[in-house]
Design a protein around this ligand. Sequence first.
Ligand SMILES: C[S@@+](CC[C@H](N)C(=O)[O-])C[C@H]1O[C@@H](n2cnc3c(N)ncnc32)[C@H](O)[C@@H]1O
Length: 226
Amino acid sequence: MPDVRDIPLKEFVDRQHKALDDDLSELRRSNEEEGVPLILSETEGILGLLLELTKPARILEIGTAHGYSALFFAKKLPDAHITTIERNPVMVQAAKAEFTSRKEGERIDFRVGDAAEILDDLVDELADADESEKFDFVFIDAAKSHYREFLEAAEKICTEKALIACDNILLKGWIVQAEGSAAKRHRTNIKYMKKFLEYLRSREDVEVSILTGGDGLAIIRFINDK
Ligand SMILES: C[S@@+](CC[C@H](N)C(=O)[O-])C[C@H]1O[C@@H](n2cnc3c(N)ncnc32)[C@H](O)[C@@H]1O
């Protein structure tokens, strides 16, 4: 199974991408050159559309890397506040530099540490919060084997109308077809992602749209009360 970006149709879609501004275009270029993980441009297009349509005020991101997607959110929605979580010290150092060197960084609350622990802190901090203080958009883009726990923690601190987007649902296609070393190397992620999708299907209180754009995105919304 080739990398999704090597599929001609995906390459074609990728070439249609227009960066929000020169700064993000340069940041994408340097992240890609250095092999830093970041959202695919097709994913950026889908997330951008969702943000434009729903205009969230408070965005929670799990998985910052060098801060590309957090800066994209901040630039896309000039009034939004973004909280983003990262645990890898190398990523943390790089993201801090990206955030402090831009005015958008002032609207980014960068939380450093393991997402499970930081989410617990946020649940405590927001225990008595009203709807306006909770998150109305969540982007899950971290350890693939922990999506269920990230979702279950995030939903405690988001509004009833929140959208939750989970990236890399298709795991570069390995979710349906993995051979040889890829099958071995990624078997844990494949197993957990399949379990996560089964879990989502089993929940009657959420509506889930699985989009094949980018590396696959699950868009979750709560039906009535969460
Ligand atoms: C795919 S990258 C995020 C890319 C970023 N959202 C972007 O598009 O610019 C995933 C990041 O999640 C971080 N991560 C993975 N598991 C984590 C965890 N349990 N807690 C905090 N960060 C985690 C990794 O260190 C990595 O930097």
